[in-house]
Ligand binder design. Structure first.
Ligand SMILES: *[C@@H]1O[C@H](CO)[C@@H](O)[C@H](O)[C@H]1NC(C)=O
Ligand SMILES: *[C@@H]1O[C@H](CO)[C@@H](O)[C@H](O)[C@H]1NC(C)=O
Ligand SMILES: *[C@@H]1O[C@H](CO)[C@@H](O)[C@H](O)[C@H]1NC(C)=O
Length: 463
């Protein structure tokens, strides 16, 4: 009895597998009966009060592309063939998480519509609002049973000839770990699991069997947006996107006075980033790096290590757009976003090369100007070095930048002591920077002063 919790978990798992097998038998035996009426009426999500919401009740709702706001109730005991389910298309199954207020998630309709627009697929939402409410730990207590119900439902799809690889689970928060359990029942042979800020509390130290991990599907990806609070800190997929560093999101309130939105804004951003990526306004491409700080400092500019040439991109591309025979696991990749939708931004490397080394750190502010917006960053050229670099993120493409300004910004205590101008060359390139040929450099030397920003045109043509 060294590890009593471990024993209980192991016992629960054995029971669960047994229940699962009994359910499978039931489905296989029942598969022949075709006694089901087509569900004509639309079915909405359940709502649960705190008092009666603790027992698990699951609904599988299919949302057809012809009428994306009308859920068709699919029953595990009924004939799915008589619904709009199309077995020759892929299937996307959305699993929500803990529902503090016992209501349908506000992002659900948006995610369903975005998926239906981005892919020809069966989009199914698992409604377990009944069972996901009351206290977080009661919701966690329902996770195993829910995982079994979803596994049985998938088994029913497989008996209709749906390939395992065409199944894509999209789990939000706690729902991501439910997806992991389901994937584990299928021994990692389902096509894909996307975890949208997989839950942290009770899961950070859980075993791989209990939480989402790269063994749960052929491709597992996670988008992390609240790793310091409701989200999980550790990587759980083949590719783990730490958006804006994975902790605090731009545009989210920083003060408790903002109420509920303050509590869940960072956590829920993962869903909104995913919806934005599905709508394809610009690619949400990410870059492997040892930390977000190093990424912003311009130290990680391409995806060669470990992805060879391709960079992972949030959305529906196979394997996140990474083109490799065997995917590496638990790779942390980083990207920045804007504060509001569409969140995606372009990442450009900006560099300044001094003509002469200086005996102190040199801070330079760089602003890109498009016809209607400006985007800025600061870079530091460390003392005794010649090059300073950093990332500048912008929501309009690089080739739409008309000009830029550069200004020498000495620390306040230096302002009167260092009046010598800073002379050097400016270069930029859109990430990923694979070859030096892609660098664009202004041909003449620039002379920067602390008094006025230097304005220069940025003649990069769109190709
Ligand atoms: C399928 O649904 C239609 C109504 O939409 C019904 O007439 C038919 O009997 C159903 N078939 C089966 C096998 O359930
Ligand atoms: C199912 O999807 C396939 C592929 O898009 C399509 O050719 C077929 O017509 C669809 N079947 C039904 C019944 O809609
Ligand atoms: C700026 O202009 C471009 C095209 O001229 C447009 O696509 C973009 O939405 C505009 N951005 C803002 C913030 O108004």
């Amino acid at each position: 009895m060294k590890n009593p919790t471990g024993n209980v978990v192991a016992h629960l798992r054995r029971c669960a597998v047994l229940v699962f097998m009994v359910q499978l038998l039931f489905i296989v035996v029942g598969a022949g009966s075709e006694s089901i009426m087509r569900q004509q009426a639309c079915t909405d999500f359940q709502s649960a009060s705190f008092l009666r919401g603790t027992t698990l009740k699951v609904q599988f709702l299919l949302f057809p592309s012809s009428n994306p706001s009308c859920g068709q109730l699919l029953s595990i005991h009924e004939d799915i063939q008589n619904s709009s389910f199309n077995a020759s298309l892929g299937t996307k199954i959305i699993i929500h998480g803990f529902r503090a207020l016992g209501t349908k998630p506000s992002w659900m309709d948006g995610l369903i519509k975005a998926l239906l627009q981005a892919a020809q697929a069966n989009v199914i939402a698992v409604d377990w609002v009944h069972g996901a409410t009351a206290a977080y730990h009661t919701a966690v207590g329902n996770v195993m049973k829910l995982g079994l119900e979803i596994s049985s439902f998938i088994q029913k799809l497989l008996t209709m000839g749906v390939p395992q690889t065409s199944i894509h689970l999209i789990g939000v928060s706690l729902g991501a770990h439910v997806g992991g359990l389901v994937g584990h029942f299928y021994e990692g042979q389902l096509g894909r699991i996307t975890g949208l800020d997989p839950a942290g509390p009770k899961y950070t130290r859980a075993s791989r069997e209990e939480r989402l991990d790269p063994g749960d599907a052929l491709f597992v990806e996670a988008i992390h947006t609240d790793a310091d609070n409701f989200g999980i800190r550790i990587p759980v997929g083949h590719i783990d996107y730490y958006v804006n560093g994975g902790r605090d999101q731009p545009g989210c309130p920083r003060f408790i006075s903002s109420g509920y939105n303050y509590l869940i804004c960072d956590h829920m951003r993962a869903v909104h980033f995913y919806i934005s990526a599905l709508s394809d306004s610009c690619p949400m491409m990410a870059f492997p790096c040892s930390s977000y700080k190093n990424f912003l400092a311009g130290h990680c500019l391409d995806c060669f290590n470990p992805f060879l040439v391709s960079c992972p991109t949030i959305g529906l591309l196979d394997n996140g757009g990474v083109n490799m025979e065997k995917l590496p696991t638990e790779v942390k990749v980083y990207l920045a976003t804007a504060a509001s939708a569409p969140y995606c931004v372009y990442h450009s490397l900006v560099e300044f090369h001094l003509q002469k080394r200086r005996t102190l750190d040199t801070n330079i502010e760089i602003i890109f100007l498009s016809s209607n917006s400006s985007f800025s960053t600061s870079i530091i050229i460390p003392m005794h070095q010649t090059t300073g670099r950093g990332l500048l993120t912008h929501s309009d493409p690089l080739c739409q930048m008309e000009s830029l300004t550069l200004q020498y910004r000495p620390k306040s205590w230096m302002r009167n002591k260092d009046e010598a101008p800073v002379v050097g060359q400016f270069c930029t390139a859109l990430l990923p920077v694979d070859t030096s040929e892609k660098m664009f450099c202004l041909s003449q030397l620039l002379t920067l002063t602390q008094e006025n920003p230097l304005l220069h045109s940025l003649p990069i043509v769109c190709d």
